[in-house]
Design a protein around this ligand. Structure first.
Ligand code: ZN
Length: 397
């Protein structure tokens, strides 16, 4: 038997495993007849329901869910149902293992080959238009935008990552991330927000290796911001927050100094504290990572004339902020960029960032502070709403 015979046999076996999504004979996983989902059936009420897993189409993928982060969007849906999606299976920051796929599935959205057993994530953005951003999606109906975890319920039911299994329909954006461990995979989506923000910041031409950078807000977004800056080689970072625990974490993530705004009364004192962190200098660049209008008004004061600012804290409408355009922007000749969510191209960059962050010893996975099994999803969402810890995640066994 020569090598081409062997290749032929292997190919036939692989084809057989894939055909019609039938169970992978001898493969890593058996396909169950049904799977559980956590379905939001009323405000603040998930119910665990079991639905059959239907035969897959030739372009579909069945994924066994390993875990999924709880996002602010999930918390909004849980509390208020702003998208009118109830009943709905939520969860979009999920990841898991391919257990079956249609015969046409060969590669992920970046062209990387996929096979049964590979670990994948989905992405909010259509693969047809790499430059589409969340802003464009929002002009459509979010529910109609192929966002797993925000899809209306239908006959398939396995539409979100808060579940045992999810069915990815042909044409969906997904990525093979088998080289990242579970915790890092759960953090891909929030990390992509920072990759996008830093890309936006770089367009100002002001952010450099030796820049003094102030990061305001040390929730998951601010902490990931510090991590991205550290992996880029930015050395001088001052972190601002009102909670000592978060500021401590900011230092572990690579901030050189931290400022607790609650310890300073008035903006002048606060500015002095930030300047102290930079050895008496203003910041060259600021990242505003809170959803607080007051924080937006403050951030200008920390930045030098000719400096830059990236505002990324207002994922949703947080109200108006007052600034003095003369002092804050014009006379300082500040360069300002806004950033919202991410685009498709930020995803592969994010995978590389996470590997690099781990390699240089940043404690990225410590961002996941709470883990719940699927049955305790109501408690998980309530924990998120109470703003306890940083990242809450559902972890399946
Ligand atoms: Zn999210």
């Amino acid at each position: 038997m020569n090598s081409s015979d062997i290749e032929l046999i292997v190919r036939q076996v692989l084809e057989g495993m894939r055909t019609g999504g039938s169970p992978a004979a001898g493969g890593p996983q058996e396909i169950p007849k049904s799977g559980r989902v956590a379905m939001l059936t009323a405000l603040e009420n998930f119910e665990i329901k079991e639905f059959p897993i239907l035969a897959l189409g030739d372009d579909d993928i069945l994924v066994k869910v390993e875990g999924c982060g709880v996002c602010g969007t999930d918390a909004h849906e849980f509390k208020r149902d702003p998208f009118g999606l109830i009943p709905v299976v939520l969860g979009h920051e999920g990841t898991g293992e391919i257990v079956a796929m249609g015969k046409n599935v060969k590669a992920d959205s970046a062209g990387k080959p996929v096979k049964i057993g590979d670990k994948v994530v989905t992405c909010m953005i259509f693969k047809d238009n790499p430059d589409i951003t969340m802003f464009d999606l929002n002009k459509q109906n979010v529910g109609g935008a192929d966002v797993y975890g925000l899809l209306p319920d239908d006959e398939i039911h396995h539409n979100g990552w808060f579940a045992d299994y999810i069915v990815l329909r042909g044409g969906s954006t997904f990525f093979n991330v088998s080289d990242l461990d579970l915790d890092l995979r759960i953090l891909i989506e929030p990390a992509a927000v920072l990759i996008h923000a830093v890309e936006r910041a770089k367009t100002t031409g002001i952010l450099r290796f030796n820049s003094r950078v102030v990061v305001q807000g040390c929730g998951p977004i601010g902490l990931l911001c510090i991590a991205v800056l550290r992996t880029m080689g930015v050395e001088n970072i001052v972190a601002i927050d009102g909670e000592e625990k978060r500021l401590q974490f900011a230092k572990e993530m690579g901030a050189g100094h931290s400022v607790n705004f609650k310890r300073h009364s008035g903006i002048e004192q606060l500015v002095n504290a930030v300047k102290e962190g930079f050895g008496g200098h203003f910041a060259d660049f600021g990242f505003q990572c809170t959803g607080s209008p007051v924080a937006h008004s403050n951030v200008y004061k920390f930045i030098r004339s000719g400096g830059g600012l990236c505002e990324l804290g207002f994922f949703v409408d947080g109200g108006d902020a007052s600034i003095n355009p003369h002092f804050d922007i014009c006379s300082k000749e500040l360069t300002i960029v806004g950033s919202w969510v991410y685009n498709l191209r930020d995803y592969p960059t994010t995978f590389d960032f996470l590997k690099r962050a781990k390699a240089i010893g940043l404690p990225i996975e410590k961002l996941i502070t709470h883990r719940f099994p699927l049955e305790q999803i109501n408690e998980a969402l309530k924990t998120n709403l109470r703003m306890e810890g940083l990242k809450v995640a559902i972890i399946n066994d």
